[in-house]
Design a protein around this ligand. Sequence first.
Ligand code: ADQ
Length: 467
Amino acid sequence: MRVLSVASECVPLVKTGGLADVAGALPGALAREGVEMRTLLPGYPAVMAAADGPAHDLGDLFGGPARLVEGRLGEATLYALDAPHLFDRPGGIYLGPDGQDWPDNPQRFAALSRTAARVAAEGVGGWQPQVMHLHDWQAGLAPLYLGTQAAGSGVATLLTIHNIAFQGLAPAAMIDTLGLPPAGFTPEGYEYWGQVSALKAGLVHADAISTVSPTYASELLTPEFGLGLDGVLRARRADLCGILNGIDEDAWTPPYRTPRGKGRHTRRLRDELGLPEREGPLAVVISRLTGQKGLDLLIEALPALIDGGGQLALLGSGEPVLEAAFRDAAAASPHVAVRIGYDEALSRRMIAGGDAILVPSRFEPCGLTQLYGLRFGTVPVVARTGGLADTVIDANPAAISAGVATGLHFHPVTADRLAQALVKMTALWHDRTLWQRMMRNAMAQPVGWDVSARAYADLYRSLATPS
Ligand SMILES: Nc1ncnc2c1ncn2[C@@H]1O[C@H](COP(=O)(O)OP(=O)(O)O[C@H]2O[C@H](CO)[C@@H](O)[C@H](O)[C@H]2O)[C@@H](O)[C@H]1O
């Protein structure tokens, strides 16, 4: 089975969020299922640095010359879309130096999608996929472009939603520039309230749609979570499924085997962050600071943790208002440590040293940090939504008496309920036997890719026409 994965970011080359982790993990996880997955990425400078193989000329692509250059992504093949006028620039991969989207983002990711469709239709260097696995809006136009290619039939398409909040909107005036079929610009097609929506194009035209947890797959069908696309998704309900993300269990192995081993790392973390010793739980957060993640609720609920004898260590970056609020919280209490920035090594030390990891998201398609938490016995305290609900077993009385709890849920997602959960977490932490039982349960829970890789492989096989 040959699959082309198409993404706008991918570890270890370029990452702004969880999509990169998933795109980076899939080729290895699927190789074990007999799937040969190759990955197409935009040729940002960091990606071009990994592309030193044969090059294939693509001619002009949205106003400049383009090539597909082969490289390696771990054991797998990488295709880098080398189009310097679109991708060779300093700054963020989505945002310019002014913090706004690059003005030519519609063309940049249309170029990625159009190239994907071309690889699917014509093959590259003698290799042609049977299935295209497209990630988020940046690859959303690929099924539409594929449909316009004479040779396009026969390659199946799967679109995975990692974040429906980004829909890839562009003005209708760009239909020609992007080379889209004008007849498709209707509410049943890729039009979204008078604009072009790359995500909607994918949702309408892909053969199948998935998202990254079963609960989120059903939440997406509701107006609250569908963010304007719930109607489109309800119409495609029969083709929508949820497959949980995993994490790379080898890359994320705790530096201890049993709960007892954690203490040393907690002391070290307190030292590193300048937190005083305290007889209470040390909660950690590693997150993008955006409305999605519900961290404004944590600012409100923080007294419940700190006045109850706990501590908070937060690592993140994002919205300036939230960064400032957490900096202020750290200035106001010796029991709050805040690091603004992106630092994977520190994130690992925090997960190893923390007693609990907080994920109060308003919506969370899957979430990865609670999975790291489980693996490290860092008890997750999570909003009961999306993949958080699917991966953490709440310490309710039934789960406690059955001895299966791995964390805490709160619902509805409000500051009050979060505060209550923090109080409960503190009480559970003081019951050392119970807490260690939860840690052991968490550490024993499988959070790798095995089950989900098999689910993707089955899905690809059900979509592909035999060849
Ligand atoms: N300051 C920082 N320093 C170091 N590391 C940091 C960091 N901030 C974030 N990270 C890391 O970035 C990743 C974030 O992944 P998540 O899945 O938690 O959320 P994200 O919303 O980005 O992903 C979206 O896509 C993924 C993949 O499908 C879904 O799990 C998720 O629900 C969806 O919102 C984690 O690996 C985390 O450790």
